[in-house]
Design a protein around this ligand. Structure first.
Ligand code: ARG
Length: 455
């Protein structure tokens, strides 16, 4: 029977009941729903709104429901309308009339808002930890490959020499920001809307602060209409999750490129690769591709939330029931992606010789050759042009800047001397880029130390 049975002559149509029901997805908030109800009931009792006996019966009843759910002795009834209805119904079945007093001064509208906030609050720390684990792996790898020369790219064209450690630490920086965004979202999520009622609060003398503090929340919402209508916290979280996926997806794209035969900068561990059903030679980076693909789901979830909210008049509207599947899916997806992604990175083999070989082609030390001339007093623009001529000459002759004879250099510009070859050595080019934020091995080590101290 529905909670609103008094007003109605007929039950909800069967198929429509499935359509209206949210139990299939809000059942995962059972614990939060029970804890929220316990805090609410304790406050009702303390305020003298319900009796001590009723208060005690409610606490014991809710505790036994939680224990039976955890122990598998109680199954959630999937024909119930939602988790709130199920818990209250089960409570009343167990303790009788006292159970019917639980909902005094409360609505499912503030109740569901509380439950989602509690649920997300409880999930965010594990996600922060997963991100920290990935940052940790990146620090280890970056330290190990602080000296490994690789070509840095712009437009996917070899550009300037960097170190592999530096490249990895770029992702560590993105992930540090992601972690900070989650922490920020958490502060605004962990606020109690209970007491907002259906929309206009209540005439009972509720102690909203007490409920919030029992639930270890940062405080209470300040306006009852906003309290039941606000899902900004879910949007913020979905946006933070989307950015995590942007970062994992870009990283995945590089992993996919790097383990192709065209690059062969890395090889993924067998435990994180897949084969082909027909081509015996294949070893595919499916995990990275799936992470890249799943970013689309998470962006979709963010778009769902924004779209559900944008046209809603105050206060609660049933549309808002659509918030849960979207934010749960985003959370689950990012959690799964990180679970597979971090050990994939941790176990990959880095083929430094291939990186070094790629760095040797593509004239990535041309800027350094120009800078050499600047060191001899030539204005940068003229140095740039002279070096450009040298590169063109090399391409015509099938040579590199390292193998072009000094006479050829001097024919283009007489400021060149034998020491140019040392100036354009890739190891030196990377080591000299030690301005703060640059790829020099010593910088990479310092950055690793700084990031480790932060995490
Ligand atoms: N299942 C609902 C939701 O997720 C709970 C709130 C229902 N409130 C209402 N007035 N119908 O939003």
């Amino acid at each position: 029977m529905k909670l609103w049975a008094g007003r109605f002559q007929k039950a909800l149509d069967d198929k429509t009941n499935d359509f209206n029901s949210s139990i299939s997805f809000d059942c995962r908030m059972a614990n939060e729903d029970i804890l929220g109800s316990m805090a609410h009931a304790a406050m009702l009792q303390k305020q003298g709104i319900i009796s001590e006996d009723d208060g005690k019966a409610i606490q014991d009843g809710l505790a036994s429901i939680a224990a039976d759910l955890a122990g598998g002795k109680l199954q959630i009834d999937m024909t119930a309308e939602d988790i709130h209805t199920f818990v209250e119904g089960e409570l009343t079945a167990r303790i009788g009339d006292a159970g019917k007093r639980l909902h005094t001064g409360r609505s499912r509208n503030d109740q569901v808002a509380l439950d989602i906030r509690l649920y997300l609050r409880n999930r965010i720390p594990a996600l922060q930890e997963q991100i920290t684990d990935l940052i940790d792996v990146l620090c280890d790898k970056a330290e190990q490959y602080a000296d490994a020369i690789m070509p840095g790219y712009t437009h996917l064209q070899r550009a300037q020499p960097i170190t592999f450690g530096h490249h990895l630490m770029a992702y560590a920086e993105m992930l540090l920001r992601d972690r900070a965004r989650l922490a920020d979202a958490l502060t605004r999520t962990n606020v109690s809307p209970l007491g907002s009622g259906a929309l206009a609060s209540t005439t009972y003398d509720l102690d909203r602060e007490a409920v919030a503090s029992t639930l270890r929340m940062n405080g209470v919402t300040n306006n009852s209409l906003d309290g039941v209508s606000d899902r900004d916290f879910a949007v913020e979280l979905a946006a933070a999750l989307s950015l995590i996926m942007v970062h994992l997806s870009r990283f995945s794209e590089e992993i996919i490129l790097w383990c192709s035969w065209e690059f062969k900068f890395i090889e993924l561990d067998d435990a994180f690769s897949t084969g082909s059903s027909i081509m015996p030679q294949k070893k595919n980076p499916d995990i990275a591709e799936l992470v890249r693909g799943k970013s689309g789901r998470v962006f979709g979830d963010l778009m769902t939330l924004l779209t559900v909210l944008k046209g809603l008049p105050l206060a609660y509207n049933k549309d808002m029931q659509e918030d849960k599947e979207a934010i749960f899916d985003a959370l689950d997806t990012v959690t799964m992606c990180l679970t597979a992604f971090t050990p994939m990175i941790d176990t990959m083999t880095v083929l430094t010789e291939n990186m070094r070989k790629a760095a040797a082609g593509g004239f990535i030390n041309a800027t350094d050759a120009a800078d050499y001339l600047v060191g001899k007093g030539l204005p940068f623009r003229d140095a740039y042009k002279a070096t450009g001529e040298l590169v063109a000459l090399c391409i015509r002759k099938g040579l590199t800047l390292e193998t072009l004879p000094l006479e050829e250099y001097q024919a283009v510009c007489d400021l060149f001397d034998n020491d140019v070859f040392e100036a354009i050595s890739l190891e030196r080019c990377a080591a000299m880029r030690r301005v703060y934020g640059g790829p020099a091995p010593e910088n990479v080590r310092a950055q690793v130390a700084r990031v480790r101290a932060l995490i």
